[in-house]
Design a protein around this ligand. Structure first.
Ligand SMILES: Cc1cc2nc3c(=O)[nH]c(=O)nc-3n(C[C@H](O)[C@H](O)[C@H](O)COP(=O)(O)O)c2cc1C
Length: 176
């Protein structure tokens, strides 16, 4: 069975992206799923002066974890139209320790927000830039108006079907 790593690039203790990945992981049939919680990671802001001797241990562990998996689902918040510093910092550290860390393996991108945009602007940015780090982007899904769409641990209404379609596309690529 193929191994899927699913994680959210948020350090918010009540992260709505963590809720989104928890629900999404329940849709992953016939795959071995690792749900990684990085909300409490305190990663120093990348500096060339710290590189390589002060690489945070979590970064090396994350690289090993990524290497053990066949595909990835990454959920990212959007901050001011872009990638939150928390996630961008982790991606920058990864890029320094492992070239093309995602090794041309399939990735599904997810985002949500309380507003109508659903974090789609940043998702476009990540879809364009993560291939530099080896990600093979299969598709992207953004969920607007999170607090209306997500109730009692589940996505309700018209946003559910497109999420299922994206997950199916991802699983097809994973098993191809
Ligand atoms: C500094 C900051 C900037 C934000 N900018 C955006 C934005 O550009 N677009 C958006 O949809 N939501 C924006 N938000 C709202 C986030 O979508 C919201 O905080 C969401 O809960 C973040 O996801 P998380 O809970 O998983 O961290 C912003 C929030 C913060 C704190």
């Amino acid at each position: 069975m193929k191994k899927v790593l699913i994680f959210a690039g948020s350090n918010h203790s009540k992260s709505i992206h963590h809720s989104l990945i928890t629900f999404t992981s329940s849709l992953l049939q016939n795959a071995e799923v690792t749900l990684l919680d990085i909300r409490d990671w305190e990663i120093p802001i990348y500096s060339i002066d710290m590189d390589p001797d002060q690489t945070p241990p979590q970064i090396n562990t994350l690289i090993e974890t990524i290497q053990r998996h066949d595909g990835f689902i990454l959920a990212s918040p959007e901050h001011n139209g872009g990638t939150p510093a928390f996630l961008k910092n982790i991606l920058d550290w990864l890029s320094r320790r492992s070239k093309a860390v995602f090794k041309d393996k399939p990735m599904l991108l997810l985002s949500t927000s309380p507003g109508k945009g659903g974090g789609a602007t940043n998702l476009g940015f990540l879809a364009n830039t993560l291939p530099y780090q080896g990600a093979k982007i299969i598709s992207k899904y953004s969920l607007p108006s999170f607090h209306e769409a997500y109730q009692n641990g589940t996505i309700v209404g018209p946003s559910l079907a497109p999420l299922k379609e994206n997950v199916t596309q991802f699983l097809d690529a994973l098993n191809a």
